[in-house]
Design a protein around this ligand. Sequence first.
Ligand SMILES: [Zn+2]
Ligand SMILES: [Zn+2]
Length: 168
Amino acid sequence: MLIDLREFLSGPKDKLEMTASLGLEQVSAVYGCYSFKSKSDITFSIRKSSKDEIAVKGFGDVVLIMPCDRCLCDVEVPLSYEFERTALVPCTDIETQEDQDYIDGYNLDVDRLVYDEILLKLPGKVLCREDCLGLCPVCGHNLNEGECGCDREVPDPRMSVFKDIIIK
Ligand SMILES: [Zn+2]
Ligand SMILES: [Zn+2]
């Protein structure tokens, strides 16, 4: 959601408290693109910290759908996020502009702020359950659903670690 800050900055109020729905449909990260199972409204406040500077603070939570690292089935991953930033408005300095890419002219892009936080919070490892058996490296069958009958014997125990990497 884009919030036009002009009225607030020229108005008498020092602080604005709002809730807004999260406009993001998905999150694209290095290892994939994830959609949302659910998302709460974003609760946030905007405060004037000086004549041309604002402080933005907010929080919310989402449930992302991410694939299990081993068997690739959908896993619901709940994430809470918080953000707290100060920004110059409007910003004319190019370098600062890059730093605060969630502000364009007088518009505050709250979705962008949340997006950055979610990216930082993405878990490094996602498992549908701790003891997920993964996929058969021979035929690709999901071993959580039962045996496929392939011969997967690996004589060297160190290879089983390697196998885990291949499955990912
Ligand atoms: Zn799994
Ligand atoms: Zn198999």
